[in-house]
Ligand binder design. Structure first.
Ligand code: C5P
Length: 223
């Protein structure tokens, strides 16, 4: 028997600031499973491009670099080669560049195996945009977590204020809308619910309620 196929995966996809990251981490912790934050992988790749001073429009050069770098995670820390980039990759401009690089098919292909390697016993919670559609099409449970764009902008704005960042709600809203559009309209691995995904709207739900809902979905599908 091929054990890799028997390892359960819960794929949680959805737009920026839908709460996927926090919810996925909580579920992974409760189940005692591994967690893949695939957005962090795209962010590390974007940070590497910035650090090397490569023009992000120069796809061939960016791709050559991304094929060479080593992306890894240790506990809750993210590393680019030997550099701890946990803080750096959370900056808004890094996320923004990640979403500009993400439509590139070759770049996505270069990061695919790394993401699939996260599937290890006893299970994986995978958070991203294409977890249920491309990376883990055979996931045991697929969730598409959405929330209206104003609710997401308010959440993201509050996070930035808590971090002491100067910004305006309108600017956060505009950034989310352009990121959503780029993620949904790209040709390769666009953000969309997998056909067999369960859709959850978290606009009116707390983190706890969202976690409970996904865990009930899991209880219903697990054998
Ligand atoms: O989720 P996060 O905001 O950290 O992701 C950063 C960017 O990486 C997203 O805006 C998206 O464009 C891209 N991404 C992706 N596919 C994933 C995860 C992230 O294209 N599975």
């Amino acid at each position: 028997m091929n054990t890799a196929t028997t390892i359960p995966v819960i794929a949680i996809d959805g737009p920026t600031a839908s709460g996927k990251g926090t919810v996925s981490a909580r579920i992974a912790k409760q189940l005692g499973w591994h967690m893949l934050d695939s957005g962090a992988i795209y962010r590390i790749a974007a940070f590497a491009v910035l650090k090397a001073g490569i023009n992000p429009e120069d796809h061939a050069h960016a791709l050559e670099l991304i094929r060479k770098i080593k992306i890894r995670f240790e506990d809750d820390r993210a590393f680019l080669d030997e550099q701890d980039v946990t803080q750096e990759i959370r900056q808004e401009h890094v996320g923004n560049l990640a979403s500009r690089l993400a439509p590139n098919a070759e770049l996505r292909a270069a990061l695919l195996e790394l993401q699939r390697d996260f599937k290890r016993a006893p299970g994986l919670v995978a958070d991203g945009r294409d977890m249920g559609t491309v990376v883990f099409p055979d996931a045991t449970l697929k969730i598409y977590l959405e929330a209206d764009v104003e609710a997401r902008a308010r959440r993201r704005y509050q996070q930035l204020v808590i971090q002491g960042k100067q910004t305006k709600l309108e600017a956060v809203l505009a950034d989310l809308q352009s990121r959503d559009a780029r993620d949904m309209e790209r040709e390769v691995a666009p953000l969309r619910p997998a056909e067999d995904a369960q859709r959850i709207d978290s606009s009116e739900l707390s983190i706890d309620e969202t976690v409970d809902r996904i865990l009930s979905c899991w209880e219903a599908v697990k054998q």
